[in-house]
Design a protein around this ligand. Sequence first.
Ligand code: EPU
Length: 340
Amino acid sequence: MIYKNISLKKYNTFGLDYKAESMIHIKTEKEATSLFNGAVSWKTPLLILGSGSNILFTSDFKGTILCPELKGIKIEEKEPGKGYIIVSAGAGVNWDDLVGWSVNKGLGGLENLSLIPGKVGATPVQNIGAYGVEVKDLIVRVKTININNGLVRLFENNECEFGYRTSIFKNREKGKYLVTRVYYRLKIRPLLNLNYESLKEEVDNLGKVTLKNVRQGVINIRRSKLPDPELIGNAGSFFKNPVVKKSVAVSLKNEYPDMPTFIDQEGYMKLAAGWLIDRCGWKGKRRGDAGVNDKQALVLVNYGRATGMEIYNLSEEIKKSVLERFGIYLEREVEVVGII
Ligand code: EPU
C-alpha cells in the first residue's frame, strides 16, 4: 500500500512536521521482494526509515519513504556446548523490546544497549553502541534484500565493514540493501560488562551484579541524562565522539587536565564531544526552539516549534566554536536529509 503526502511528525524523534510525497510500509519479505523486483513501481529517491531516531529532516521529502515493519523474535540455533544461542529479530522489532526479551530469558550481550531508541533493522547499519558495548560484537549475520533486483543476500559479520557508528550499509553500499532480519549471538551464562565507571556505580547502588540490574542501571543512567523523545524532540547524540591522533589528545590534555580521553585503535584516542561542546558554553543554550540539552551537551533538542534548518544551523554554530576553541572537527552522527 502506497500512502501519499504523509506528515513525518510521528516518523522522526525530533518531531519535525515535514511531509513525504510517498510512504510504503513493508510487513513481510515477500512484500519487499515484489517492491524491488519491479512488480510495484514507486517514486525515487528512496529513504529507508526505522523509527526516525537518528535523522534530521530539513525539508519535505520528494520521494518514497520505506518503513520496514517485519516482526518476530526467533531462537534460531542452540549451541549449549559452546555457551551461545543465536537469536534473530525482524527489522521492524523495537530494539528495546528485543533487549528486554533477551534479559528476561537470561541471555547476555545486549543489556548495555538497553533503551537505545530505534528498531532492529537500524542496529547493524549504525553499529549502535553504549556503555562499552557495540552491537557488532553480537551480530552474526544480517539478512537483506537488494533494492535493485529484489534478491536476498546474507552478510556475515566480517562482510559488514563495521566501524564506530558505521557499516557497509551506511557507507560503501548506502541505500542499496534493505535489512530484513538480524541474527545475534547471545550468551547463556552472561559475562557482564561494567567497564564503564558510572554504570558500575549505578549497578552497585541497585545491589547485586545481575543481568537484570545491569539493564536497570543502564535505563536509570539514560533516563537521568538523556531527554525522552516522547516529551522533548531529540535524536540522542547529535555528533560522534571525535577520534584524534594520540599526540593531539596528549597536548589537549596538558592544557585541559580534566578532559576525558578514551583509548581507541593504536596511535589514536577518542575524545568526548559532549565535554568539548559543554566547555564551549553550549549546555542549556537555545536559539529559538532549537537547543542544547542541559544535562548532556551532545544532544540537540526541539523545544516544540524549531525547524530542521534551525537545528542544523545550531549544529553548525557548535561545530564552528569547537573547531575554534580546540581545533577539533566534529562530525554529525545524525543523518541530515534535505539540504545536502
Ligand atoms: N560530558 C561533559 N558534558 C556533557 C556531556 C558529557 O562533560 O555535556 C563528559 C562526561 O562527564 C563524560 C564524557 O563527557 O566524562 C562522556 O560522556 P557520556 O558518558 O555521557 O557519553 P558520551 O560519550 O557523551 C556516548 C554515546 C552515547 C552513549 C554513551 C554511553 C556517542 C556519540 N555517544 O556518549 O550514545 O549512550 O556514550 O555509552 O558515541 C547515541 O549514540 O545516540 C548515544 C546516546
